[in-house]
Every structure is written in C-alpha cells, then in structure tokens.
Design a protein around this ligand. Structure first.
Ligand code: HEM
Ligand code: HEM
Length: 178
C-alpha cells in the first residue's frame, strides 16, 4: 500500500524513513571526517560534496514532510496509553525540527560567510542572506550541536521502538518495516 492507513505506514513513508536514516548517518560521519581534515584542496572538495548532499537531504526532508501532511498518521499501536501516544507525537515532530535545523544551519553558515551553496556544480542556490560574521558564527555553533541532539533523540526514539517490539510485543517495529 502506497499511502498510510489508520493502522500502518505506507511504503512511501517507509522509504523516506529508512532512506533518510541512511543519508543522515552518512552525512554525520562525512561531516566529522571533513572537520578533522587539514586545510587544503581535498577538504574544500569534500566540503563541496557535503553541502550538495546536505541540500539534497534537505529537499528529501521537505518532500517527506509534504507526504506526511498529505497522509493520515497511523494511530499508536493498540494498548498504548494516551500520554505515551502524545509523547510519541511530540517526539516525531521534534525529530522533524532537528532534521530540518541541521541542513538549514549549514546553509545559513555558508551564506552568512559569503559562500554560495552549489548543487553538485549544476547551479548555485540563490543567496538569501547578507554577509554577517555573527550570524555565521551562530549557525556554525548550531551546526556543531544539532547533530548531537539528533543522535540522542534518535537513540531514545529507536529505544522506545525496540521496547515496544520486544517487551510490549505490539509489533511497533513491524509498522515501519517492509
Ligand atoms: C542533514 C544534513 C547535514 C548533516 C547531518 C551535517 C552534519 C555535519 C557534521 C556532523 C559536521 C561536523 C561538525 C563539527 O565538527 O562540529 C558538519 C560540518 C560542516 N557542515 Fe554539515 N551537515 C549537513 C548539511 C550541511 C549543509 C546543507 C551545509 C552547507 C550548505 C553544511 C556545511 C557544513 C560545513 C561548512 C561544515 C564544516 C564546519 C567546520 O569547518 O567546522 N552541512 N556537518
Ligand atoms: C535518523 C534517524 C531517525 C529519524 C530522524 C526518525 C524519525 C521518525 C519519525 C519522524 C517517525 C514518525 C513517522 C513519520 O512522520 O515519518 C518515525 C517513526 C518510526 N521510527 Fe524512526 N527515525 C529514525 C531512526 C529510527 C530507527 C533507528 C528505528 C528503529 C530501530 C526507528 C523506528 C521507527 C518506528 C518503528 C516508527 C513507527 C512509529 C509508530 O509506530 O508510530 N526509527 N521515525
């Protein structure tokens, strides 16, 4: 089934979920590898790739959100208390905020420093910001923190899913599996 139903996630939501899990993990690994490299042509080339992939990830997150808004959100598994269902809803929206905040802070950091963001050399995104050292520094700090908050949130999120699957045995993980 393509779309979500009252009880299950559809195949598009599942593809978005796991594709972005892989891409975000890869971006966090690549970002940290790049930060540890000495200044030079190689680092510059890697930064270009990181920014282009980051812009691609941001585009996918936008499509994922649009798809979520066009769909019913499945209800929490049977037997979940109201308060827990509310906590899950808040967590899911929080994860969206973090997913958006990481690439947006990257784009703000680059543009505020006066560097355009190119999409794999095909075109540059329009410059939306004036050069600003303070904004650039703020976005740089945010870009270095948000991914850590995202990892902590995802560990909690995955922990809850695993707890539901193996302790409560309500098939929670199956809802996001193919
Ligand atoms: C979801 C997408 C992204 C993820 C998960 C991500 C992740 C990271 C991580 C983990 C670092 C290393 C941070 C550190 O060492 O403190 C980093 C560095 C960096 N990112 Fe991203 N990033 C993303 C998107 C972007 C985008 C869209 C841009 C710009 C258009 C960007 C620009 C940069 C730059 C310039 C650095 C190097 C900062 C420095 O020199 O300290 N990132 N990124
Ligand atoms: C980058 C990492 C992750 C992010 C950002 C993320 C985000 C989300 C979001 C936002 C939802 C709500 C559905 C939607 O709106 O699309 C969701 C659902 C779900 N996620 Fe994740 N997730 C991540 C990783 C994981 C991992 C590693 C697991 C399992 C070990 C997992 C298991 C699930 C399950 C089972 C659901 C369905 C929950 C329900 O029954 O309502 N997720 N995830």
């Amino acid at each position: 089934m393509i779309k979500n139903t009252e009880n299950d996630y559809g195949v598009i939501a599942k593809i978005f979920h796991w594709l972005l899990f892989i891409m975000l993990s890869f971006m966090i690994f690549a970002g940290n590898t790049m930060s540890g490299m000495p200044k030079g042509a190689e680092k510059l080339e890697m930064a270009g790739m990181h920014k282009s992939f980051g812009a691609l990830v941001l585009t996918l997150i936008m499509f994922r959100l649009i798809w979520k808004l066009m769909n019913t959100t499945p209800q929490a598994p049977k037997g979940t208390e109201n308060l827990q269902a509310l906590a899950a809803k808040i967590m899911h929206w929080g994860l969206y905020v973090l997913m958006f905040a990481q690439p947006i802070s990257g784009i703000v950091m680059s543009q505020a420093a006066g560097y355009p963001v190119s999409f794999f050399g095909l075109f540059d995104f329009p410059m939306l910001l004036e050069k600003s050292q303070s904004l650039g520094q703020l976005a740089h700090s945010a870009h270095g923190i948000i991914w850590i908050v995202l990892i902590v949130a995802v560990v909690g999120h995955a922990g809850v899913a695993i707890h539901h699957q193996f302790i409560k045995k309500d098939g929670a993980l199956k809802r996001m599996s193919f």
